[in-house]
Design a protein around this ligand. Structure first.
Ligand SMILES: O=P(O)(O)OC[C@H]1O[C@](O)(CO)[C@@H](O)[C@@H]1O
Length: 242
């Protein structure tokens, strides 16, 4: 794990956007894994700016989002799909055919997970996965548990995670889904490169567990210790407990 502490979240986000732009310039059909949540918002803003200035061509880039709420359709404003449209997809020249997303409105969650894994395998896996970190140590929606799942699956969300996503559902707890679909740990760990971002005091303990703790399903992000090419970019508050 290569740890880098930036002076500010803004600086980390701008550097991250430049890193993605470099990767796409070197490999135009880059397969990119993308997170949602509060953490990548500045990265997406920087990526849109880079595109507007002509610094990043998305025409051949392919994206896979990490997770989606179950029982929520793509056109629901609370869905991760809608979040991605708002913050990135509708502002850049990504081809809709190159955007892969789990469909949270499906009847058959198992079939949807199998479909998504097949798409990922066809694409040759992720070249670069951008990751956020749950304050409970989750990675995508792989929540702390006695065991973890390797492949895409249906999962129950922890109370902490549901609270963290309240704002997507108008701060109404009854509207926050109980379940989600998520890429599994192996699908994430098979990415050729991983770049995890964590900002703010609330992430400090999870960062310590991920970097210094035992590799344990109680802190799913700790499995990144086993990845051969992972960078962890922090602001000083998130690095406080290291
Ligand atoms: O960035 P936040 O809002 O703190 O959320 C942390 C992580 O939890 C998730 O919302 C769940 O996948 C991720 O998208 C995010 O990286």
């Amino acid at each position: 794990m290569r740890i880098r502490v930036f002076d500010s979240e803004r600086e980390a986000a701008a550097t991250c956007a430049q890193r993605i732009a470099r990767a796409a310039a070197a490999h135009p059909s880059l397969v990119l894994g993308l997170p949602t949540g509060r953490t990548p918002l500045n990265v997406y803003r920087e990526l849109v700016e880079l595109f507007t200035r002509g610094g990043l061509d998305w025409a051949q880039v392919r994206t896979f989002n990490l997770d989606e709420f179950l029982g929520v359709s793509a056109d629901d404003a609370g869905s991760f799909r809608a979040y991605m449209e708002r913050h990135l997809f509708q502002h850049v020249n990504l081809s809709p055919a190159h955007i892969q997303f789990l469909d949270g409105a499906v009847e058959d969650a198992e079939a949807e997970c199998a479909r998504y894994e097949a798409r990922l395998a066809e694409a040759g896996g992720l070249d670069l996965v951008l990751l956020g970190l749950g304050s409970n140590g989750h990675l995508a929606f792989n929540e702390p548990a006695d065991g973890l799942r390797a492949r895409c699956h249906r999962t129950r969300l922890s109370r902490q995670t549901r609270e963290a996503n309240l704002m997507l559902f108008g701060d109404d707890p009854s509207r926050v889904p109980m379940e989600a679909l998520t890429l599994g740990m192996a699908s994430i760990l098979q990415a050729r490169q991983a770049l995890l971002l964590a900002f703010g005091e609330a992430k400090a303990e999870a960062v310590r567990g991920m970097v210094e703790g035992p590799v344990s399903p109680r802190c799913p992000a700790s499995f990144l210790q086993l990845h051969p090419d992972v960078e962890v970019w922090l602001d000083p508050a998130a690095a406080r407990a290291l």
